[in-house]
Design a protein around this ligand. Sequence first.
Ligand code: R5P
Length: 285
Amino acid sequence: MIVPGSASQSLSAALAAETGLPLAGTSYERFPDGEGLVAVEGASGLAGERAVVVAATPTDAAHVELLQLQDAVAEAGASEVVTVLPYMGYARQDASFEAGQPISARAVARAISTGTDRVLVVNPHKPWVCDFFDVPAEPVDAASRLAEPLPAGLDDPLFLAPDENALPLAETVRDAYGDGETDFFEKHRLSGTEVEIAPSDADAAGRDVVVVDDIVATGTTMSEAISVLRGREASRVFVACVHPVLAGSARTKLENAGVAGVYGTDTVERVESAVTAAPAIAERL
Ligand code: R5P
């Protein structure tokens, strides 16, 4: 049975359709003091069965809700609990960057491990974040799904990564699209909301460019990249990302930078979630 977290209802439905597994009904309540409570309907059907809890954790509340869902299916007697993290919150805090700081990704991974037999993480910022779990955990690559919503017939397309780390994602999307070149910019992060982009000598003039990254969070990286490309007279600039977090005014920043379209998957459910990651997850289930 697929058991959805409140932030992953569309993806869970798509995954149920893709796998033919039943989709559990769930309820999510919040008490006046702020505490949440979840319930899985038809939980008796889980006794002796495998439960697949699918819950993105973009917020602290979603983290707690996931722990509750894991506990609920165990309480119902599930014989195996698989946890799918479509988007793993805190994954980018993968080191203690300054004295006194935690390795937050490890802290949440340990907590999640206590309620599950296995974990699938969709495009964690660094794949080795999976090593922080105390149970078998593996990354799932949903990047190839991003080729699907792109307009057909892009003109001399360039699939560009805003930094070298994202180049494999750009290559995956290019391969799935079936046409185009790849390149990458160099990025230096100055703070949480400021980045400096050092352009490569990629020729963008008159071409359609798709900038590909794992996450668009504040939109700073992408809006900088779009501005550079517009300055180089790129024809149209599209943004494709696995996780359209789009915090705060990110979407507006992209618009004002001159983006022609923003495409994400449903690992984070937004208006921009143009394609589902379900087939990539189903393959690994
Ligand atoms: C970091 O290297 C990631 O791949 C993304 O580039 C980053 O998280 C995007 O963040 P923002 O949208 O805040 O620039």
